[in-house]
Design a protein around this ligand. Sequence first.
Ligand SMILES: CC(=O)N[C@H]1[C@@H](OP(=O)(O)OP(=O)(O)OC[C@H]2O[C@@H](n3ccc(=O)[nH]c3=O)[C@H](O)[C@@H]2O)O[C@H](CO)[C@@H](O)[C@@H]1O
Ligand SMILES: C=C(OP(=O)(O)O)C(=O)O
Length: 417
Amino acid sequence: MEKLMIRGGRPLRGTVQISGAKNSAVALLPASLLAESEVVLDNLPQLSDVAVYGELLQELGGTVQWDGESMRIDPSSMRSIPMPNGKVKLLRASYYLMGALLGRFGEAVIGMPGGCNFEPRPIDQHIKGFEALGAEVSNDHGSIRIKAAELRGAKIYLDVVSVGATINIMLAASRAKGATIIENAAKEPEIIDVATLLNAMGANIKGAGTETIRIEGVDQLHGCRHSIIPDRIQAGTYMIAAAATRGDVLIDNVIPKHLEAMTAKLQEMGVQVHELDEAIRIVGQPTYEAIDVKALVYPGFATDLQSPMTSLLTQADGVSILSDYVYNNRFKHVPELIRMGAKIRLEGRSAIIEGGPLNAAKVRAADLRAGAALIVAGLTAVEGVTEITGVEYIDRGYDFLVDNLRQLGADVWRERE
Ligand SMILES: CC(=O)N[C@H]1[C@@H](OP(=O)(O)OP(=O)(O)OC[C@H]2O[C@@H](n3ccc(=O)[nH]c3=O)[C@H](O)[C@@H]2O)O[C@H](CO)[C@@H](O)[C@@H]1O
Ligand SMILES: C=C(OP(=O)(O)O)C(=O)O
């Protein structure tokens, strides 16, 4: 095990390149198995979740070949092998194997997903969707068994706006007989990315990115080549880190539209944000105003940026209120930030943050974005060295982290625990 060491207090300066989106990659990889011939995915991030997904596709009988940031996947000889345990437990997005295997083979047995369990994360809406398409779903000693003699299109209203359920239903429905309509669908950019790949494979999906998605099922899907969108959460994290350290950073290879809520909130605090065609420049300021932030479904402020935003708000003058309306209880970073001197009180789904300086400390990342919060805090703390354990969570979402931060002038390194 390794730990991340940060001697903070240096403004970040320079340019950082953003990788492909983790949350797209982990949906596009299983989507590829719906094809009968080779799919090539470009701009893949070099993350543990992506590596594990490549191994899962191989375990299912696929041929997987890495070529730099691209992966060639030949799914022609895949089968629906039950996966009750093992690697499916390492990541949350293994649940996409349910929709993809159901769509291609009419059956799947997948263990309950793992990943960052900052609170219970039910999958009832995924199951409701599979059942509406005609599948029988049962709990088989802790695994989900899904089987359909024939998948038939259906009208599905999601009771909760869910990224995972929207994508999982799209995957299965792309090979169903007839039309499926998903209402109250999630609108995240990653959903459009999955629909773009599936349509390039021969699917017929309209409306991705809106709350109503229509999928006309097709008999067969074929291979194609697709480049993954940039990671808006990684980009948002560097925007926050640049602002928190009062730096000047060009965040390159982003789609600024995907970061509109982040940009608006930073500007409200007094951070200078310059939007370019495919980049965003952040110019930090000596003082910031306290603000209120509500994490919501897209296009609202992303819950995945709520934790690092908490760290930035410790640098504002006055009291900020940050509320999470996607997850009630995603605050595992807060006790660790308090160890670093932050003045934060939790009230229901909100963190009440009083601005003030942070000290270096020994802290633990209990999940991926809690780790991002601690990195921002460590970069901001003026004296001493912050030691962050739980780096395996951080490696799920930030590739080239130490290299990128060092290139921006941070004093950061990894050590054996
Ligand atoms: C791999 C991936 O893309 N992960 C992202 C995805 O997770 P994930 O797709 O798992 O998150 P969802 O959008 O499904 O969850 C949103 C909310 O709906 C609830 N819910 C969800 C499904 C369900 O069947 N029943 C239910 O009640 C969840 O508990 C949560 O409160 O979207 C989250 C919300 O933007 C992000 O934090 C994750 O980074
Ligand atoms: C919660 C996250 O990911 P996952 O859904 O894969 O656990 C995240 O990326 O912040």
